[in-house]
Design a protein around this ligand. Structure first.
Ligand SMILES: NC(=O)c1ccc[n+]([C@@H]2O[C@H](COP(=O)([O-])OP(=O)(O)OC[C@H]3O[C@@H](n4cnc5c(N)ncnc54)[C@H](O)[C@@H]3O)[C@@H](O)[C@H]2O)c1
Length: 260
């Protein structure tokens, strides 16, 4: 058996597209891939956030709304002309669960974005080894929201708008990932990750409130997750080291959802 130090094994000259690169999980994933000698094209809707990134050589950035089909198609046409076939795609961007979206808009921003992005990306991929990782959430398997008593005030203040779109959209991403894994088999692998609560800017002051504290207390590991802990899993699932992993949704929640 050969011992391999660089066991992830990304081929020389690999290129990855990472959406939602300006913050949180995407901001951790880009440098991780760059350290594996993978060139990274980082996408985000937040221009100021993009401008603030300093990842050095191998990184390029583009402003994009991943739910805008025309813009996505135009951008990938440009990227394919510049880079040739692109091996890896991390569909990580998405609005926070607290965003007051309609169910239609929420599904468009979650599963809709994943579908549009993956279609455009997969028009030019390498003959072997291509992979996409879609970021779902444990909210896709549960209610996708805190207990009603905890958020009653917030929901009332928002005019009765809850966040039903989030759990629905994240469940749809896991379903879409399974479909991609089967229908695109032989062209690319498709996997998803389902993070629990991860300490990124979107969670705001959650840990200061009773609900956040309860979450931490009940978690088997006694803490929330860190964005790099999700980024590591995405990098693995994208990489050739995961060559026989296809269609899974990997839960990354410290075991938090095993306790009720
Ligand atoms: N943080 C958590 O607790 C948690 C838990 C489960 C799943 N997730 C998922 O992980 C992913 C990353 O979240 P994060 O916690 O790093 O959040 P974040 O808010 O720190 O970063 C998300 C990034 O996506 C960008 N973005 C949002 N909508 C976009 C769009 N339409 N087009 C392009 N860019 C867009 C934002 O500008 C932001 O830079 C999201 O899909 C989120 O739903 C997060």
């Amino acid at each position: 058996m050969t011992a391999v130090a660089d066991f992830l094994g990304f081929p020389k000259g690999s290129v990855a597209v990472v959406s939602g690169v300006a913050s949180g999980i995407g901001k951790e994933l880009a440098p991780l891939l760059l350290a594996q000698n993978v060139r990274v094209v980082g996408l985000d809707i937040n221009q100021a956030g993009l401008d603030s990134l300093d990842f050095g050589e191998g990184f390029s950035r583009r402003r994009l709304d991943t739910a805008d089909r025309e813009a996505v198609n135009a951008l990938f046409a440009e990227l394919h002309a510049e880079f040739g076939p692109i091996g890896y795609l991390a569909n990580n961007a998405g609005p926070p669960s607290s965003a007051p979206l309609s169910i239609e808009a929420g599904l468009a921003q979650t599963a809709g974005s994943v579908q549009i992005m993956t279609q455009a990306w997969s028009k030019a991929i390498p003959a072997q080894g291509a992979a996409v990782v879609n970021v779902a959430s444990v909210a896709g398997a549960f209610s996708g929201g805190p207990p009603p008593a905890v958020v009653a005030d917030r929901i009332a203040a928002a005019g009765g708008i809850g966040n039903g779109w989030y759990g629905a959209g994240k469940a749809a991403i896991a379903g879409l990932t399974r479909y991609q894994a089967v229908m695109a088999a032989g062209r690319y692998r498709a996997c998803a990750v389902a993070p629990g609560v991860i300490e990124t800017p979107r969670i705001g002051d959650l840990t200061e409130g009773a609900y956040g504290k309860l979450m931490i207390e009940r978690s088997p590991l006694g803490r929330l997750g860190q964005p790099q802990e999700v980024a590591h899993a995405i990098a693995f699932l994208l990489s050739p080291a995961a060559s026989f992993v296809n269609g899974v949704t990997l839960v990354i929640d410290g075991g938090g959802t095993l306790v009720y």
